[in-house]
Structures are given as structure tokens and as C-alpha cells.
Design a binder for this molecule. Structure first.
Ligand code: 26Q
Length: 784
């Protein structure tokens, strides 16, 4: 679309929708008018892609979360319209960044949701027929602000800005039935615009609505609330994203959400199949592959069986066979508390027919196990229905063709430890698919300055073939290229400083080394260890033991699940440290601690390009993969991390000499675990550790009399009823961590040497493109 056409479409939209002009429009009006103009431009390609894909085998990605981020800049970039739009804004005296007031589509919590978004982007860029199915939450992940050092939550009403990038498809609405309720599932389709114009795929998000609408009978009887009751109860289902990352109790509404979007999606797929193949289901599993993003959509297995049995008159065995051939399951965690289990009573109360199917699956599995010669004890210990609980991961492994982990180390742990019983029975079912990130959003869009340098050196093409970055290696000894990289890094840091000044009110300069940890707040990710290291460095500096230390900014971004008390205590603790360190005349010119508010995809796009040090410090064995680590790497930060998740592969690609790895490895953690006594063996014997940890309880800081800091102290030193002391091994890794961090901070003083390390990270980041990941799924799992 040329500039004049684009401009005239924008002007038309502004006039018909808002009776205004480009000079007078508000940012929101501009956002909608420009977005709709771009939509009309991609529409033919969208329809075209769908028709083309209709005639071949295709895959669906079922996920309770799609953490899309802001659509506007990304979609224009992928559609090849970004520069034109910028010109139009400039020519009309408009600030292109004013559209940053439009909220992200934050329909996800963290890694798992963002991975789904990256996969869709990659599939579209490479014309792979992959469509997403999920929930159109009215409220996405809560917005976070910090008040007096505490996290505060507020609703994320992202739809209040309009939803210019969706098309409501009323014709495809379906009915979803629960024991006590029936609701309409109405699809909203979002285009997933493939970079370079090869294809546009679809993300179909379901919204729950009443089938009855307004009850005039009740209204006439003056029962006003009752008149709207069905609407309220129906819409509650897609009202809000559960804000938990990696753990959750089994809540009734959450189960309703899962069944709601899964049932609607399976009905949609079956309907599409019947349109072309009628009642003969023999081709179904040859036409479709369905990927289950963790266990959240696992109820798809019994739901497909239910529809095939009761709707199509198939036997259980025939239906199970089709389901098993159609589905695959991705596991994203090894932590026990994150493995979904539902109480039978809850299940029976919400979706009794589905529960009956699960009983059949469980019985089928037991027969198969018995035929394989497993003894009764073993069989019972692996049952899907176990006591009064339904184990979703067990159903996911048994009811699908393949189970995959998300990094090599994670897959090895699944095979050899967490799911070893299953691996022994079905070794051929287990695969690894190391995660990736889309280089469009995470380099092209968020770092145009670095992108331009890369293109200058190796030409374009890296955007869709990231291995081409290898071509950068030969410049590593070219001082002028490293200088230019360092200057770009400085520019990105300055941009972040400006943004932080505006949004957090804190002064910061790009001469500091930027040490950044941004990710969900969780004990296993060990933000508290990072906080302790800052206190240790602070004390050292006060004692005059850190001569000429490179001034360092310790930057955090993290949301805590609203009910996760310890995580919220850690946020408060970091903010108390910030207050102390940033105001102490002895340290304030050398250290800055910043906790940015409302970390989300858009903030990540500003933080990743500005980082020198990428903090990836999870307890070894617990971070399945990590994907933030890859975003930092691609933007030329070095990793300060444990040998965990995809960090292992990052080191393998970039070389040990270009990362800062510390701490106990998985085997060592397993070895120390049985006799681990942090109180006697570390706390009482190591003065540094003691001094730092005591700041939780010795009055150095104030937790507003919440008792939060005391609880954190206890969790480390005394343990709790449900866990041993320091179950994430902060004390064990403390010294190695601080020493390694200080080594990195001092190394930074030689900017050329440090810049080379950064450069080697960029040059070796090719493996971590989600294009590679999605192609592996397409070939090895979906058999496209
Ligand atoms: C479950 C039940 C009820 C409510 C919420 C949940 C829930 C929600 C989200 C459970 C887990 C999650 C998210 C998990 C997650 O993001 N895992 C991360 O996945 C990334 C992509 O594979 C990995 O890189 C990370 O290592 C992993 O932690």
C-alpha cells in the first residue's frame, strides 16, 4: 500500500468513525483509524492464506494464554507499513510514540503465554499453517503500580481502547454446555501477519456470552438483577485471566474457562472437518495436529472423544485412537505444585459427561499397562484418576502421541526424573523442542539501531533466517565495529533512562552498567538472591572494599501473583533496598536500584536492548527453559546465570568465555539436598551471609509491620511446615553469585573486551529464533 492510499484510508476512517481529521484526532482515534486501514490492506492475503491452508494438513495451538503485547507497531512492521506510517505521522506533525498509551494485549502471565505468541509469529512468517485458539479475556494480566514499596494491582481493561485488530465472527459462534449453565462462545479472529507478506494466519479467541440475553419476565416483576443474571454469569467465564504463573489451586471458574475454550475450539475443528469430509472421520488425524500448551487445555482429549462418541456414534476405542493421533502435549514445568490436578467432585459438578469419558480413558490405560505386564502397585501410582484427584499431566501423556520439554536439560529431567515412569513405558513419545523467540519483535522492532548495523554488515535476511547472524563473527576483532555496537548500546540505555525518568521518576545515566532481572516474581527465580547480592555489594562499598567499581544500575521488573505473599514481600524488600542505596551519599553515585512498575511486553521491548548483564539465576533444574534469557542475548547482553534451562544451550552456542556462569548444577543440588543445613553450615559461619540476611530482621528495613520480612527470613533459616529451610538454595549459591557478578562488573571497565563478549552473543543467537523451534514442531511433531 503506498503512502497516499494509506493516508486516504486513514482519513476516511477518522471521518466515518469519529467525524474528525488527522490533525485533530486523539491518539486512540489515530490508533484505530491506522489499524483499520492496515487491516483492509492485509485482508486479501488473510483470506488467501486461509484458502490455501484449507486444502492441506494443518496444526492448531491450544493455549489458555497468548501474551501478544501491543499489536500496533508489530503488525505495521510485519505488514511492511511501519515506515510509511511513521512518515505520515511526521508529515502531519504527529508524535508516533503517542500510541504507546494503548494497552498491550496482556492475555498471558509470562513465558508460556509469550511463547505461544512467538510461535504464531514464526509460523506466519514461514507460511506454516498454524492457527491459535484461546480465550478473549476482558481483563488481561493486572496492571501493577508500586505504592510505598508494595505492589498494588488494578484491572487491565485493554478492550476499553477498542479492538481494532479483531474481527468478530458471529456466524461461527457455538454453544458450550456445563452441568448448570449453557453459554455462547463467540469467536474474535486476530490476524497474525507473517513478516514479509508470505501469509496471514489466525488467532481465534472465544468470548463467553449469554444465549438468553435480557429476561423481560424478571424485569416486569421488578427483579432487575435477575433480569441480567444470565448475562452476568455467562460473561464471567471469559472475564479475567488468572494471574498465577506456575502454581494454582483448582478453582471452579478456572475449570470452566478451560472447558469453555477447549470445547468451542474442538467443535470448531470438527465442524470444519465435516464441511469437507462429511461423516467419515478416517482422515481427521491426517488433516489436523493439535498442540496442547501445558495441561491447561488437556480436557480437549476427553472432549474430542465425547463429540466423536455422542455426536458421531463412534466407539470409545475408535474415538480414543483418533484423539491420541491428533494431540501432542508440551510440558513447561517440573515443579510439583504446578502440575494440574482437579478434584473429582469439582469436575463432576461442572462437566459430568467429560468426567465419564475420563473414567473410560483411565480404564483403557490400566488395561494397556496390565497387558504390558506392569504390577498393580505401579499401575495405581500412575492412574489418571488417583484417590479423589484427576491428574491432567498423566492424561496428557497417555492421551497424546508425543510429550515434549522446552529445553534439552528440561527434557532430560522429565525423562530421567519427573516423568521417568512414563518414559520407561513410552520412550518413543518423548521429544525435546528448545524454546525460541521471534527475532521480529525482539530485535527488528525493539532495536532498529542494532538491526541497521547488522543489516549493514551481513545484509538483510537475518529477520527470517537468524543463523545468518553467524556472519557477524568475523567482525569481532574489528575495533570500530565493536565501538559502534557499544555506541548503539549506549543509545538504547539512554532511551531507557528517559523512559524510566518519565515513568518511575528516577534519574539514571547510561554510563552505569545495566544489570537487569525482569521476569515473573517467583522464589525459584531467586530475585531475593539478587537483592542479597546488592546488599553485600553495598556493605563492601561502605567498607571501602570496592575501589573504582564500575557504577552499576540494578534494575528489576516483575509482577507477583496477587495471593503470593512471599513474592510480594520480596518486591517490598527490593524497594526498601532501593531507598537505602539510592539515598546514601556513600553509594548513590555508584549504585542505583530500580524496580520498574508494570513490567510487561512493551516494557521488555525497552529493557532487553538496554541491558549489559542478563540475570538468569534460577535454582538449577527449576527453570524449564526461560525465554527472556534469549531476548537479552539477541540484543547483546551477556548472561549472568546458573547452569539451568536454556542457559545451558546459550553457553554452548556463545562459548563459556562470553557468559558468567556460577552456582550449583542440577547434580550438585541433588547431592547437597539431603544434608543441606543452611542455618548451621552457612548462616552461622559466613559473616557476609549473616550480615546480609539479618537485614530482613534487624531493623535495617521496615516492612510496614506486615511481618513479610520476618517470614522471608524464616523461610530461609527455619523453613516452614511445608518445606525445608532455603529450599531454593540461595545461601548455597550466594558467594559464587556475588563474586561472579563483581567479576562481570569489573570486566565491564574494559569496554572493548566486554563489547566483544556481547557481540559474540548476538552472532551466536541464531539457534534461539522461534522460527527454528516452530519448524521443528512442524516437522517432528505435526508432520506438516
Ligand atoms: C495453572 C492453573 C491455574 C491457574 C494458572 C495456572 C498456570 C498459569 C501459567 C500455570 C503455569 C503457568 C505458566 C507457566 C510458565 O510460564 N512456564 C514457563 O514456560 C516458559 C515457556 O516454555 C519457560 O521458558 C519457562 O521456563 C517456564 O517457567
Amino acid at each position: 500500500m503506498d503512502k497516499n492510499t494509506f493516508l486516504s484510508k486513514i482519513s476516511d476512517n477518522l471521518m466515518t468513525d469519529y467525524r474528525t481529521t488527522i490533525k485533530e484526532a486523539t491518539p486512540r482515534q489515530l490508533h484505530n483509524a491506522v489499524s483499520r486501514a492496515a487491516m483492509t490492506d492485509i485482508m486479501p492475503l488473510w483470506n488467501d492464506s486461509e484458502k490455501r491452508h484449507n486444502s492441506r494438513r494443518r496444526a492448531y495451538y491450544l493455549s489458555a494464554e497468548f501474551l501478544m503485547g501491543r499489536a500496533f507497531y508489530n503488525n505495521l512492521y510485519c505488514a511492511g507499513l511501519l515506515d510509511t506510517a511513521k512518515e505520515i505521522f511526521a508529515e502531519n506533525g504527529l508524535d508516533f510514540t503517542c500510541l504507546e498509551e494503548i494497552e498491550d494485549a496482556a492475555l498471558g502471565n509470562g513465558g508460556l503465554g509469550r511463547l505461544a505468541a512467538c510461535f504464531l509469529d514464526s509460523a506466519a512468517a514461514h507460511d506454516i499453517p498454524l492457527n491459535g485458539y484461546g480465550i478473549r479475556y476482558r481483563y488481561g494480566l493486572f496492571k501493577q503500580s508500586i505504592g510505598n514499596g508494595f505492589q498494588q494491582e488494578s484491572a487491565d481493561a485493554w478492550l476499553d481502547y477498542g479492538d481494532a485488530w479483531s474481527v468478530r465472527a458471529d456466524n461461527d459462534a457455538v454453544l458450550v454446555e456445563f452441568a448448570d449453565q449453557a453459554v455462547a462462545a463467540v469467536p474474535y479472529d486476530m490476524p497474525i501477519i507473517g513478516f514479509g507478506g508470505k501469509a496471514v494466519n489466525t488467532l481465534r479467541l472465544w468470548q463467553a456470552e449469554s444465549t438468553k440475553g435480557f429476561d423481560f419476565g424478571a424485569f416486569d416483576n421488578q427483579e432487575y438483577l435477575k433480569a441480567s443474571e444470565d448475562t452476568i454469569l455467562a460473561e464471567a467465564i471469559s472475564d479475567v485471566l488468572y494471574p498465577n504463573d506456575n502454581t494454582e489451586k483448582g478453582r471452579r471458574l478456572r475449570l470452566k474457562q478451560q472447558y469453555f475454550f477447549v470445547s468451542a475450539s474442538i467443535q470448531d475443528i470438527v465442524r470444519r472437518y465435516k464441511k469437507s469430509h462429511g461423516d467419515d472421520f478416517s482422515e481427521f488425524s491426517k488433516l489436523y495436529a493439535v498442540q496442547l500448551n501445558d495441561t491447561h487445555p488437556t480436557v480437549a482429549i476427553p472432549e474430542l472423544i465425547r463429540i466423536l462418541m455422542f455426536g458421531e456414534g463412534m466407539s470409545f476405542n475408535e474415538a480414543f485412537d483418533i484423539a491420541q493421533k491428533t494431540f501432542n502435549y508440551t510440558n513447561h514445568t517440573v515443579m510439583g505444585e504446578a502440575l494440574e490436578k482437579w478434584s473429582i467432585d469439582l469436575f463432576k459438578g461442572v462437566i459430568p459427561t467429560v468426567y465419564e469419558i475420563i473414567k473410560l480413558i483411565d480404564r483403557h490405560m490400566k488395561k494397556e499397562f496390565a497387558a504390558k505386564g506392569l504390577d498393580e502397585g505401579k499401575i495405581n501410582s500412575m492412574s489418571i484418576i488417583d484417590g479423589n484427584l484427576i491428574h491432567m499431566a498423566r492424561m496428557a501423556i497417555f492421551g497424546t502421541s508425543h510429550t515434549n520439554g522446552v529445553a534439552q536439560l528440561h527434557t532430560d529431567i522429565l525423562k530421567n526424573d519427573v516423568l521417568n515412569d512414563w518414559y520407561k513405558i513410552y520412550p518413543e513419545r518423548f521429544q525435546n523442542k528448545t524454546n525460541g523467540i521471534t527475532p521480529r519483535r525482539w530485535l527488528g522492532l525493539c532495536n532498529p539501531e542494532l538491526s541497521a548495523l547488522i543489516t549493514e554488515k551481513i545484509g538483510s535476511g537475518w529477520e527470517t533466517e537468524l543463523d545468518k547472524l553467524q556472519g557477524l563473527k568475523k567482525y569481532v576483532d574489528d575495533g570500530s565495529v565493536i565501538d559502534r555496537f557499544n555506541n548503539i548500546k549506549k543509545e538504547k540505555k539512554q532511551q531507557l533512562c528517559d523512559y524510566i525518568k518519565e515513568h518511575e521518576g528516577i534519574d539514571l545515566t547510561p554510563d552505569f552498567i545495566f544489570d537487569i532481572q525482569c521476569k515473573r516474581l517467583h522464589e525459584y527465580k531467586r530475585q531475593l538472591l539478587n537483592a542479597f547480592s546488592i546488599m553485600d555489594i553495598y556493605f563492601k562499598m561502605k567498607d571501602g572494599k570496592l575501589p573504582d567499581m564500575q557504577p552499576t544500575a540494578f534494575i528489576f521488573g516483575a509482577k507477583a501473583a496477587p495471593a503470593y505473599r512471599r513474592a510480594k514481600g520480596i518486591i517490598k524488600y527490593i524497594n526498601e533496598i532501593a531507598k537505602l542505596v539510592n539515598n546514601d551519599p556513600d553509594t548513590k553515585d555508584k549504585m542505583k536500584v530500580i524496580f520498574v512498575q508494570n513490567y510487561n511486553v512493551s516494557y521488555a521491548e525497552k529493557l532487553m536492548p538496554a541491558a549489559d548483564l542478563s540475570e538468569q539465576i534460577s535454582t538449577a533444574g527449576l527453570e524449564a527453559s526461560g525465554t527472556g534469557n534469549m531476548k537479552f542475548m539477541l540484543n547483546g547482553a551477556v548472561t549472568l546465570g546458573t547452569y539451568d534451562g536454556a542457559n545451558v544451550e546459550i553457553v554452548e552456542e556463545a562459548g563459556w568465555e562470553n557468559e558468567y556462569i556460577f552456582g550449583a548444577r542440577v547434580e550438585e543440588i541433588e547431592q547437597i539436598r539431603p544434608r543441606y543445613n543452611p542455618k548451621e553450615k552457612i548462616y552461622y559461619t559466613n559473616e557476609r551471609v549473616k550480615r546480609v540476611i539479618n537485614t530482613l530482621v534487624d531493623g535495617t528495613f521496615n516492612d510496614g509491620d506486615t511481618g513479610m520480612f520476618g517470614e522471608l527470613y524464616n523461610s530461609l533459616i527455619n523453613g516452614a511446615s511445608w518445606h525445608k529451610p532455603d529450599n531454593y538454595f540461595l545461601l548455597a549459591d550466594f558467594e559464587g553469585y556475588v563474586d561472579t557478578k563483581l567479576r562481570a562488573i569489573y570486566d565491564y571497565k574494559n569496554r572493548n573486551v566486554f563489547g566483544k563478549k556481547c557481540w559474540m552473543n548476538i552472532a551466536n543467537a541464531g539457534k534461539f529464533s522461534s522460527d527454528r523451534t516452530v519448524k521443528q514442531y512442524a516437522e517432528e511433531l505435526w508432520k506438516l
